[in-house]
Design a protein around this ligand. Structure first.
Ligand SMILES: C[C@](O)(C(=O)O)[C@H](CC(=O)O)C(=O)O
Ligand SMILES: [Mg+2]
Length: 305
């Protein structure tokens, strides 16, 4: 339904809705949605929460995931996803784009744009994908200050602290950092780059009372586990951050190669969302009906002649 109609848009802030979903029994499944269309498709498939990935956003812009995009660029993605789907969204806040005040600006901007939760990580800039080698970290105290700043800026938004320490300083250092981040105001922890079931389980044992997020990114350091398996390990959120973009990108590359080969798109028709499917997904009819209903109510009041 069109987000343009006030009573079609959720009245409760996204942060409250995100927290309620996080606190219910089971694991909150958050597939990556890299734009409004993907967000609607994920909602239609039955998901009731989404993830906005820094890696997917930047890749969709043709850029590497090094933390070089800006708060307002991310806000553009948040707004389209929140409007199109109405679903609570966890947003990748990278390093917070600076220090404490920048983090606070990010939190306010993301929350105003419609985000329900944000995660903040303890790398230095330029940051890297958590599943790559050669990362460097800010000190635990510096990151704790950013987390405290984020918590101070959030109205309802859920603050998730990510630590990349496992691949840099080892498991115990990552646990110590996670505990400090919780003390500093993080509501949940994202332990990045875990490499085995044992590690996932031990992290949960070390932080029994804190909701934990599992990152099921492909081609990374984490072996494949299903949502139910992460749930059994005690995890409360799972993301598949870049998957929608990886699939879309591959299909796009095949399309361009096919046009080059055949001089047209006929060969790719059965791979395409049809015009009708596209319009159904974005709800064109509902927007047109809304317009018509408003024009109809105005006409008797303001006759043209
Ligand atoms: C979760 C992540 O931060 C993201 O931006 O989606 C990435 C995902 C990836 O690069 O595969 C990450 O650093 O893990
Ligand atoms: Mg990221």
């Amino acid at each position: 339904m069109p987000y343009l109609t006030a009573n079609n848009f959720p009245t409760e802030p996204a942060g409250k809705r995100f927290r309620a979903a996080l606190n219910r029994p089971g694991i909150y499944q958050l597939p990556g949605a890299h734009n409004g269309q993907a967000a609607i498709q994920a909602g239609n498939a039955g998901f009731d929460g989404l993830y906005l990935s820094g890696a997917a956003m930047t890749a969709s812009m043709g850029l590497p995931d090094l933390g070089i995009i800006t708060v307002d660029e991310v806000a553009f993605f948040i707004r389209q996803i929140a409007r199109a789907s109405g679903l609570p969204l966890l947003v990748d806040g990278d390093t917070g784009y600076g220090e404490a005040l920048n983090v606070m600006h990010m939190v306010r901007t993301f929350e105003d744009a419609g985000a329900g939760a944000v995660h903040l990580e303890d790398q230095v800039l330029p940051k890297k994908c958590g599943h790559l080698n050669g990362k460097s970290l800010v000190s635990p105290t510096e990151m704790a200050a950013k987390v405290a700043a984020a918590a101070k800026a959030a109205r309802e938004m859920v603050i998730v602290a990510r630590t990349d320490a496992v691949g840099v300083d080892g498991f115990d250092a990552a646990v110590d950092r996670a505990k400090l981040y919780v003390e500093s105001g993080a509501e949940a922890i994202f332990p990045e780059g875990l490499t085995s079931r044992d590690m996932f389980e031990k992290f949960k044992t070390a932080l029994p009372d804190t909701p934990l997020l599992a990152n099921m990114t492909e081609f990374g350091k984490t072996p494949f586990f299903t949502a139910s398996e992460f749930e059994e390990m005690g995890y409360k959120m799972v993301i598949w951050p870049v998957s929608s973009l990886r699939v879309a990108n591959k299909a796009q590359a095949e399309l361009y190669a096919s046009i080059r080969e055949h001089g047209g798109t006929r060969e790719m028709l059965d791979r395409m969302q049809t015009r009708q499917e596209l319009y159904d997904t974005i709800g064109l009819d509902a927007y047109e009906a809304l317009d018509a209903s408003i024009v109809k109510t105005i006409v008797p009041v303001m006759p043209d002649s």
